[in-house]
Design a protein around this ligand. Structure first.
Ligand SMILES: [Zn+2]
Length: 398
């Protein structure tokens, strides 16, 4: 199968993860793709294929030249919770001309709003029908990795040990919770979970989630004078005190933000969930301090009404990497494939960030898919093919 066929096959599986689930993987349906990938890896000729009790697929191909370094590639099977990943109806737009795109349901996608389309002029794009996400994040990564390894096996090129891993639940931050690093003991490891194919990304956010709970006092509204304390109104007051221009919609590049992810409330009780994100470690700590200080301030005005609980999620890989050898190696492969490598700070996190935290330096490569987590997600067939070349070249480098 070529990379396009593989990709179209994988996106026919609904693999959405679910943060509210307590199981691993978080959804039963991720097992279906996991088992499919196990079968495919076995058929392709991997020497050892394993599906862990937590739904992680590992496959290893032994070296045919002991002088070549060992390499690991990781991609995730699940799709984001923002939009359905079921019943995806992909269609191909050939020789994209750079104009706004009309979807089958009649909606129009403006390239001014979604400029990543302009990176793909003249190429063949795989798009959604405008009602679901596509799943390029990260089924394009899986398709690229397996197509490249298949090509390595077919061409009998020299290679070191190659290990691939496909994880569930990356989108809900649990991709490597049960990851077996012993199975992934390689010289150079990569996630294939980005956008641009010329990019090697090794900077990501420091990330935490802040949960604010607010206790109100509920009483019949008719008898409420000087007694009722409406928790939902207090939640509104909290929101008003947050920095107005530090939201995802106001920030870019290395600017951090506070993202109000969820709010719920009655008179009796309310809660707010914020994501805190910053590339800079000091500023990230200041974000956490800000939440604690605001909680104290609010409690001074409304005693014992507010509580904040902050949970760390992941750290910036750049601060944790032992060295940049894996990055430099990927840059060499990109150059060898005729592109000028770039490194763009990721405004998110990857499994690789958490693997790096566990001691396995793991920068992120592109997939040629863009506009992730939304209905205008798409991938370029030529860029996926380019990524297959890049991964294959990376395996070939001595
Ligand atoms: Zn992803």
């Amino acid at each position: 199968m070529n990379v396009q066929e593989r990709f179209l096959h994988y996106v026919s599986f609904d693999t959405q993860s679910d943060a509210s689930s307590l199981t691993a993987p978080s959804t039963e349906k991720q097992w279906v793709l996991a088992k499919e990938l196990v079968k495919e890896c076995q058929d392709m000729g991997f020497d050892e294929v394993c599906l862990s009790e937590y739904g992680i697929v590992y496959a290893a191909l032994e070296a045919n030249d002991p002088n070549c370094p060992s390499l690991g590639f990781c991609a995730h099977m699940d799709t984001a919770s923002e939009l359905s990943g079921a019943n995806i109806h992909p269609w191909i737009l050939s020789h994209y001309d750079g104009q706004d795109i009309t979807y089958p349901d009649g909606s129009l996608c403006s390239v001014q709003e979604y400029p990543s389309f302009l990176r793909c002029i003249g190429e063949d794009l795989i798009l959604t029908d405008g009602t679901t996400l596509l799943g390029g994040d990260d089924k394009a990564g899986i398709a690229i990795i397996l197509t490249a390894v298949e090509e390595v096996i077919r061409s009998n090129q020299r290679h070191g040990k190659i290990v691939v891993a496909f994880t569930p639940d990356e989108e809900i931050g649990r991709g490597v919770d049960h990851f077996d690093l012993d199975r992934f003991a390689v010289d150079y490891a990569y996630t294939v979970d980005g956008g641009r194919v010329d990019a090697v990304n090794y900077e990501n956010f420091n990330a935490a989630m802040a949960q604010i709970t607010i206790q109100g006092t509920s009483i019949h509204p008719g008898d409420a004078k000087d007694k009722m304390v409406n928790a939902s109104l207090l939640a509104g007051e909290w929101i008003q005190k947050m920095p107005k221009n530090q939201t995802p919609a106001h920030t870019e590049k290395r600017q951090g933000f506070y993202h109000l992810l969820e709010m719920s409330g009655t008179c009796e009780e309310a809660s707010l969930t914020y994501l805190l994100r910053h590339h800079d470690q000091k500023k990230f700590m200041a974000q956490k301090d800000f939440m604690h200080t605001l909680c104290e301030t609010m409690n001074q005005k409304y005693p014992n009404r507010f509580a904040v609980h902050i949970q760390d999620q992941y750290l910036n890989m750049k601060d944790l990497m032992k060295d940049k050898k894996a990055v430099q190696r990927a840059q060499r492969a990109i150059k060898a494939c005729g592109l000028k490598p770039v490194s763009i700070p990721t405004r998110g996190g990857t499994d690789g960030a958490m693997l790096t935290e566990k001691g396995c330096t793991c920068p992120n490569l592109g997939t040629g898919s863009y506009n992730h987590h939304g209905r205008f997600e798409f991938c370029s067939i030529q860029q996926m093919e380019k990524m297959v070349d890049i991964v294959q070249t990376l395996i070939k480098l001595s």
